[in-house]
Structure formats: C-alpha cells, structure tokens
Design a protein around this ligand. Structure first.
Ligand code: IPM
Ligand code: MN
Length: 355
C-alpha cells in the first residue's frame, strides 16, 4: 500500500519589527513541539519597518500574491520608531487585512488560571468571552479628507463606512460563534446607537433580523462606554460580543488588561473562506526588543488560534493546556518581573503541552 502523506500546511511567517521576531520564534518552537499528524511548511516574509527603511518597499505586489498562496499567516508585530505613525499600519497591516478580506477580527478575552490582573475582584470564571470585531470597514476604510489644510478654516473629515453586506457577515459570524459548543449562546451587540444613529441603527437592525434565524441564541445590547464599565464590574455578562472596527480596537485593549496584560492577548484576522492571519495584539515593544524580557504567550496563543482555524484541533488543545500550565506557574503576565525570560516562557508552554 502506498504511504499516505500527512497533511501539510503552508504557514506564512511575518516576524516584523521590534519584539516580533522573538515572540514568533517562541510561537514556532511551541508549534513544532505540539505538531503531530501534520507537516508545516513555513514561508518566510521580510516585511515591516526594517525593510521599508532599507528598500522603500512596504508590501510589493509579489509579496501580497505569495501571502495569498499560504494556508495561514503568523505575524509578530509591525512598527518602527523611525517611521512616522500611519504609514506601516495602513500600507502593511491594514492592507493585508483588506486585500485578504479578513473581515473578522476575533479576540478572545480569557483570564487564565492563577493570573493576577489589575482587577483583584475578578475570579477565574469571570473573564471568558470573545470579541468579534468587524475588520474590513467602519472608520478604518480610510474615507475622508482635508479641506483648506493648514489654514484656520481647516476641515478634517473621517467617515465611518458601514455596508449592509459587511455588517451582516460579521453579525452572522458572531451568531454562529455563539452556537459553538464551548460558548454560552449569548450575543451582545456593543455600539453607540444613542449617538451613531445611522451606523448603530444598521447594526441593531441586522442583529434583530438574524436573531429570528438564531432563536436559540440570547441577544443583548450594551453601549460601548457602558461596556468598558462592565469589563471591570461584571465581565461574566459577556459571552460573544459583536462590534464595529473602531470600538472593537479600543475595547480589546481593555480586554487584554483584564486578561492580565498585552502579553497574553492573541487575535485572529479571519477570512472564513480564505487566508487568515494571527497575531499577538500588542505592538513592537521597543523597550523590550532584544532583551529576552518580552512575554511570548500572546504569540503562542496566536499559533493556537491558527491551528484551530486550520482544523488542527488536537494540537491547538495541547497549546491551550500548555498556556494554562505556564500561567499557573508564572502568576503574572510580566515575564521578566516573575523571573522568566522569553524563551523560558516558551519552554514552560512546551512542558505543559507535551508533559
Ligand atoms: C490592532 C492595532 C491596529 C488596529 C493598528 C496597529 C492599525 O491597534 O491590531 O488592534 O488599530 O487595528
Ligand atoms: Mn489595537
């Protein structure tokens, strides 16, 4: 009988800038340790601030085409102190999200066992929800412009674009997510319908319409400002949150803090029918770069999400177990303060995942 060759996944790897390469290294180390029954073919991408400063290129067409040929992408971090803010973000990170139509930004907010956070009243079960952030339109669409720039009468317009198609697909994804076995069948729309009476109205109408189709899912609505209070005061009221691009960006930083810090917060830019990209949601952390002091758990969590998206649920579950065992030992997300180096945290996860 001919040997059946194992499944193989082409993984695009964009280490990027700052601490990106260090945390991606740990993510790949853990991936290799939990990999079983499938192969991984890493495809390296030299993209980010370093390349831009060296060659003037941000995302050449041929690189974009190569990204589209992968089965999934792992990104470290993008940003460079010598590059003005707004350039790499738009032309690299947002461009990849848009060109690959990664319309879901999935950001789990999980307080892992034993972790101390800034909210001591939270128990281990309180913080366990996911934010489904719209990732292809809203204020991020780039619509707007200047008028009479630089004069006393300058006008700056920045418009939020919300399409029926865009809102419906994100709300549908969120409803479907709420039905997963590990969720509690509750969907909360977070918006600002009392002020954003057009965009908010569209979101609320779509939720109401789809709620009839998903009659088994309970729906709720919370204004975005009140959601910030509930993240601190009563996070257990949330199971699956659906929200627009800008609100989702902001509340997931707060979400990271109730998990224990940016060092643990992973996210996925998902195109359910295409190529998805996973990343630690924090930045390049210039203060930590090259010191071995950055916490790689968020990047390792990104690898877990990537594997789950590829259907490698066994390997993803092993990473989950590894992260839980590592956080039990670490107690805090400040790796260096707790006496762990970047690679020692990676080793803790490997131990917990394979032991
Ligand atoms: C994030 C980041 C990006 C965003 C920036 C870097 C463009 O803050 O992934 O949350 O706003 O989406
Ligand atoms: Mn952000």
């Amino acid at each position: 009988m001919a040997a059946v060759s194992p499944r193989s996944h082409r993984i695009g790897v964009i280490p990027g800038d700052g601490t990106g390469p260090e945390v991606v290294g740990e993510g790949l180390k853990v991936l290799e340790a939990v990999r079983s029954g499938f192969d991984v073919e890493p495809v390296a991408f030299d993209l980010g601030g370093e390349r831009y400063l060296r060659t003037g290129e941000i995302l050449p067409e041929e690189e974009l085409a190569r990204l589209k040929e992968t089965d999934g992408i792992l990104l470290g971090a993008i940003g460079h102190p010598e590059v003005r803010p707004g350039i790499l973000e738009r032309a690299l990170l947002l461009r990849i999200r848009f060109e690959l139509d990664e319309y879901v930004n999935l950001r789990p907010v999980i307080r892992y066992p034993g972790v101390k956070t800034l909210v001591p009243s939270h128990t281990e079960d309180d913080v366990n929800f996911v934010v489904v952030r719209e990732n292809s339109e809203g204020l991020y669409g780039g619509a707007g412009g200047f008028h009479r720039k630089g004069t006393e009468h300058e006008v700056a317009v920045q418009e939020s674009i919300n399409t029926r198609h865009g809102v419906e697909r994100i709300v549908r994804y969120a409803f479907e997510y709420a039905r997963r076995p590990d969720r509690r069948k509750k969907l909360t729309l977070v918006h600002k319908t009392n002020v954003l009476t057009y965009a908010g109205d569209l979101y609320q109408r779509v939720v109401d319409e789809l709620a009839r189709e998903f009659a088994d899912v309970e729906t709720d609505y919370v204004h975005v400002d009140a959601a910030c209070i509930f993240f601190l005061a009563e996070p257990s009221r949330f199971d699956v949150i659906v929200t627009d691009n800008m609100f989702g960006d902001i509340i997931t930083d707060l979400g990271a803090m109730i998990q224990g810090g940016m060092g643990i917060a992973a996210g996925g830019n998902i195109n359910p029918e295409g190529v998805s990209m996973f990343e630690p949601i924090g930045g390049t952390a210039p203060d930590h770069t090259g010191m071995g002091t950055i916490n790689p758990l968020a990047a390792i969590g990104a690898v877990q999400m990537l594997l789950a998206q590829l259907g490698e649920t066994g390997a993803a579950a092993r990473i989950d177990a590894g992260i839980r065992s590592a956080t039990q030992k670490m107690k805090s997300m400040r790796a260096a303060e707790m006496g762990y180096s970047t690679s020692e945290v990676g080793d803790l996860v490997v131990e917990g995942a394979t032991g």
